[in-house]
Design a protein around this ligand. Structure first.
Ligand SMILES: CC(C)(COP(=O)(O)OP(=O)(O)OC[C@H]1O[C@@H](n2cnc3c(N)ncnc32)[C@H](O)[C@@H]1OP(=O)(O)O)[C@@H](O)C(=O)NCCC(=O)NCCS
Length: 147
């Protein structure tokens, strides 16, 4: 185990940040795919509240920072860290678990560390929470030319 991090985020705080700063805030803290999903949720009558969706992802990035920063000194750009959801088996009850995808400079910084980041999210009412565990993985073998 390399590191752990936890965060709890007040959903109304995230809603206020969006109300005040709009897309400036979204683009700074969230990946493009997360912003698209947020927009879908804003148009939709079902699913989690759009602000709770963002708050859970904000919590995940803060928790990741707490797990990563003490031993690496890294400060990843939140907009380059995406919380994804696995596709699941397709059955209605198989909702995909969350995971991180690291893009651009966050990918370049994270990949050589040979770490796996596991993340778990929760939201209920005015609070969203996330827990992150970083584990060491064997370095990926570099491709060696045949012959
Ligand atoms: C350090 C940071 C994670 C603290 O988060 P916060 O929401 O202000 O406060 P929380 O209540 O969630 O967490 C506080 C706890 O985090 C822990 N903590 C503080 N600095 C930490 C660090 N560098 N690494 C890991 N954990 C840290 C401490 O235990 C602290 O509790 P304590 O003061 O009682 O000991 C936050 O201030 C931060 O710097 N986040 C990164 C922001 C960032 O990169 N943003 C980019 C946006 S685009």
């Amino acid at each position: 185990m390399f590191g752990i991090g936890v965060d709890i985020t007040h959903v109304p705080r995230i809603r206020r940040l969006f109300t005040r700063w709009g897309y400036r805030f979204l683009r700074r803290a969230f990946a493009p795919a997360e912003i698209l999903r947020f927009e879908e949720l804003e148009r939709s009558a079902s699913g989690p509240s759009p602000a709770a969706f963002l708050a859970a992802r904000w919590a995940a990035k803060e928790a990741l920072h707490k797990a990563l920063a003490p031993r690496t000194g890294l400060r990843l750009d939140f907009s380059e860290v995406e919380v994804t959801r696995s596709a699941g088996s397709g059955a209605p009850s198989s909702r995909g678990a969350p995971a991180f995808a690291f893009h651009y400079s966050a990918g370049k910084a994270f990949q050589p560390l040979n770490l796996h980041a596991s993340v778990s999210l929760s939201h209920d009412g005015e609070y969203a929470a996330a827990f992150v565990v970083l584990t060491e993985v064997a370095p990926q073998k570099e491709d060696t030319p045949l012959g």
